[in-house]
Design a protein around this ligand. Sequence first.
Ligand code: ZN
Length: 434
Amino acid sequence: MSNGGEASGLGEKMYELASRLYPICRSITGEGVRRSLEIIKELIPLEIKEVATGTKVFDWTVPNEWNLEEAWIKDASGNKIVDVSRHNLHILNYSAPFSGTVSLEQLKPHIYTIPEQPDLIPYRTSYYEEKWGFCMSHTQFAQLEEGEYEVLITSSLKPGALTYGEYYLPGRSKQEFLLSTHICHPSLANDNLSGMSLMTYLATLLRGQNHRYSYRFLFIPGTIGSITWLATNELHLTNIVGGLVTSLVGDGAPFHFKKTPDGGTELDKVVELVLNESPLKHEILDFVPYGYDERQFCSPGINLDMGCLSRSTYGSFPEYHTSADNLNFIKAQHLRESLEVMQRIVEVWELNATYINTNPKCEPQMGKRGLYAAIGGASDKEILQMGMLWVLHQSNGCRSLIDISKRAGIPFDVIVKASNLLLAGQLLKSTESS
Ligand code: ZN
């Protein structure tokens, strides 16, 4: 958590990636998604995958692919009063094509605004109901004059594919940690460019390391993307032993961790430990079947041990799904902090293990195994010795090092160090076969 120099440079790079992705008109399908994934592929060897329109995925069907060329409204004098080339949020995402001249009364039902935030453009979608529309500030809407308006939307809704990115980083074990972020929002920075940037840079850092677990990164459109991935990878899910959905990690709000549905899994314990030891504020939230793609990953028939990590929470901040969730709303520093927290989560996840005491009948003789000598000169000698006693006492094959750290009131890193000494002295054995 402390490699300040390198990590601060990474915050800037994360912000830069978000800035490159910001102008692209993304949706749940289409060229915008492909172009965004190609940019991420410059940094990590992402596999870009496509699932054809019409593919049945559980109760859903992969929709037609949406692409947009132009979208504008001209007033009676021929001025473009709204133009998607000025802001991607001006188009109702997945809007049907339209071309024609309409009166103000005919135009109004096709315009979306936020009267309570009159200066912001809302983000609205219509994926599963085919209609045309625009979004604009309520201030502008209120000033529209009677008269004729020329409207053009050159969008297409045709059979194509749903595109997503996947990066699998093999570890020593086939057991996997799954990391997922949504990629379908156009020109919104915290939701979802911050998550895309965090996942990309976490992957660049994990790439060069030797890990115990395998890591799988998914860059997928929200809801339909996770449903599609789960439906087409169902046989493979047994390898997944934990994971996180992440988004909203570029603002300065306290961290929020939404637990797994039952709570109390190793994933819950790891994230809670990392947030508790961080100097940054945080809050732990119980699972609710509403929010991001943890809804799908934790659905009863899938039931993965996954939580959701964010700064602000889903739908809870005034900039959410508006033009104010822009590149001024996220900061390199906050992105860097989120990356550091995520790196520590992975580190603790890797180190957390469950052992069996090989000599459980009375205390083993530590001296003859050289274990007292091994810690003789350590500055934390006393706490380390207590840590060894606790690890020996508690390692019954069920309790993890995090459980032992909590029970003993000894920092996790000391418990890990104690367990490594005991492993070297052959007083512990692993519960894993791999
Ligand atoms: Zn969103």
